[in-house]
Structures are given as structure tokens and as C-alpha cells.
Design a protein around this ligand. Structure first.
Ligand code: PMV
Length: 316
């Protein structure tokens, strides 16, 4: 039996603008994970997702199904036409459609477990897992920037810029750990729809949207330096500025704005929505002293769950 997992993620700075080539910063949320288990079977390839209440044979699955698509890409990459009989069970603690990268984590975990089961551990590099996850993300997200699959596969905070022929992926130093509360509005929102709507607005008002995206990119760049130098208060201020630009893009919501406002009123150093928006999660930057008060404020203002994640020293 083989197990593999991959973490959730948050976007600290630059969501949406990153689709248009501006830099962004994202980090893994390691305490919520997707896990894939592969066991040998008598016959066929069975895909089981208990959280989604689904169980299907690979040969009967819709090729656009994310798990089936991951298997097809693995088959192409390994050159193994006929996969050996196996049962793949996928579970996830990451809420779906909430901006925490659940789809990317499920694909990455599945790719790792299946490739190991096939004895192709040579493929188990973050770059390979990230590239395969990106291919699957394209089915559901249209034009993903590549930031989700990168953070989930590398499992470290990254400064990311979408570019040809290779994306810019840079780990950076974290001089002072960032303590973040991640609060879920409980409102589900599909990244593809929100990204498409931003594209429609950009097409209609390209000069205004280009200026907003450039503003987000500058914030991400300044934030990287502030994180590297340990200027926590500045990081919080920049989160606030980024949230205001996301409001201008119309990707915030009543629920997200209420949580951002509640966090700041309770003393948070800064707060913003994280991910595609119009639902899903927001993040608030806190110190240990104020954490309890901000958590309480989030819960009394509509948060369904609040978890703490700490972005600390980068491994590379
Ligand atoms: O998957 P989400 O909801 O965290 O959103 C990803 C971030 C976007 O910038 C909105 C889209 C992308 O592909 O980068």
C-alpha cells in the first residue's frame, strides 16, 4: 500500500494579476492535506473518492474527470499503456472551491502515489509533479497561472511569475515568521468562473485593469522585500492595499469584506481575501498576542472555520 499527500495553499499577494504575468506570492498550508492511497487489485483501475461519494472504473470515467485525467497524463509520461490493476483512494481535508487549492493538491497527491506504485520514483520531483498538476488544472480552470500547482508540489513559499519558456519560481527568506489566520466564508466559488469574469472586465476596460494588475504586482514585489527584512507591519499594510485592488476587480464579496473588516477592527496587522474570491477564504496577519481576539472576531462575523498557519524559514 502506498500513501502520498500534498498540502493546501494560500495566496498572500497577487491573485488574478498573476494570470496576466504579474508576480505573486503564495505559501503552503501544510496542516490541511489531500491524501492518495494506492493498493494492488485483482482487476482494473478503480478510482474512489469517499468525500465526493464517488467510485468509478478508470475505463468508464469521463476523460475530463480530474482523477481520470491525472491517470491519462501519468500513462503518457511513463509510457505504460496498460496500467496494472489498482485501487486509488483519494481523501482531502481541504475544502473544495474555497481558494485553498484542493484540486491541485488532490492531483499532486495522486500523481505521487501512483508513480511510486508504478516503480517510477525517478519522476517524483517537484517539477514533474507540478507540471502534471498544471495539465490537469487546465481542464477545470481554463487559464491557470501555474501558481497553485507550483506551491502544492514544491511545498514551500514562493515568489512566482508566469512567463515563457519557464515560469519564474523563487523561494525567498522569511526573516520573521508570519502568523496567519485563514478563515472560510463557507461560500463556495469556482475559480474558473471568477477568472473568466475578470477576463471579460479586462477585455472591456483593459487600461484600467492593466493598471490594477500592475498595482498588485508592485505590492507583491514590495511585500517580498518586507518579508525578507522582517517588516511585519508593512506586510500587513500591503495586504490591505492588495485587498482594496481585489475589491476594484469585483472579486470580493459581502462575506469576505465583513471578515476583512472584522479582523482589522480586532487588531490584525492586515487582512485580505485569498485565491479567486467571491467566496472561499480570507487571511489575516496577526501576532501571537492578538490571535485569540482576531479569531473570535472572525467567528462572530461569519467565519465557518478559522485555522492558524505560520509561514516561517524557507527550506531552500
Ligand atoms: O485556486 P484559487 O481559487 O486559489 O485561485 C487561484 C488564483 C488565481 O490567481 C485567481 C488564478 C490563477 O490561476 O492564478
Amino acid at each position: 500500500m502506498i500513501h502520498a499527500s500534498a498540502p493546501g495553499k494560500i495566496i498572500l499577494f497577487g491573485e488574478h494579476a498573476v494570470v496576466y504575468g504579474r508576480p505573486a506570492i503564495a505559501a503552503p498550508v501544510s496542516q490541511v492535506r489531500a491524501t492518495a492511497t494506492v493498493t494492488p487489485a485483482e482487476t482494473g483501475v478503480r478510482l474512489i473518492a469517499p468525500d465526493l461519494n464517488t467510485a468509478q472504473w478508470l475505463h468508464e470515467a469521463d476523460p475530463n474527470d480530474a482523477l481520470a485525467a491525472a491517470l491519462h497524463h501519468i500513462r503518457a509520461a511513463t509510457g505504460i499503456e496498460q496500467l496494472p490493476p489498482m485501487t486509488i483512494t483519494v481523501t482531502s481535508q481541504i475544502p473544495v472551491a474555497s481558494g485553498l487549492g484542493s484540486g491541485a493538491a488532490i492531483t499532486a497527491a495522486t500523481a505521487r502515489a501512483v508513480v511510486e506504485f508504478l516503480g517510477r520514483t525517478d519522476l517524483l520531483t517537484p517539477a514533474w509533479v507540478s507540471a502534471l498538476t498544471y495539465e490537469v488544472e487546465k481542464i477545470h480552470h481554463g487559464t491557470p497561472s501555474g501558481i497553485d500547482n507550483t506551491v502544492v508540489a514544491y511545498e514551500m513559499p514562493v515568489y512566482f511569475m508566469r512567463q515563457q519558456p519557464h515560469n519564474r519560481i523563487e523561494p525567498f527568506a522569511v526573516a520573521h515568521p508570519l502568523r496567519l489566520l485563514v478563515a472560510d466564508t463557507g461560500v463556495r466559488s469556482h475559480t474558473r468562473d471568477v477568472v473568466l469574469d475578470v477576463r471579460r472586465q479586462w477585455e472591456a476596460e483593459s487600461a484600467r485593469f492593466e493598471a490594477i494588475f500592475t498595482g498588485c504586482g508592485q505590492i507583491a514585489e514590495t511585500a517580498r522585500r518586507a518579508i525578507e527584512q522582517g517588516h511585519i507591519a508593512e506586510v500587513g499594510r500591503l495586504m490591505q492595499e492588495n485587498h482594496d485592488l481585489l475589491v476594484e476587480m469585483t472579486v470580493s464579496s459581502v462575506e469576505l469584506d465583513a471578515l476583512v473588516q472584522a479582523a482589522v477592527s480586532a487588531g490584525a496587522l492586515g487582512a485580505k481575501l485569498s485565491g479567486a474570491g467571491r467566496g472561499g477564504n480570507m487571511i489575516a496577519l496577526v501576532t501571537e498576542d492578538m490571535e485569540t481576539a482576531v479569531r473570535q472576531a472572525l467567528l462572530t462575523n461569519g467565519a465557518q472555520t478559522v485555522l492558524t498557519t505560520i509561514i516561517a524559514h524557507n527550506a531552500v
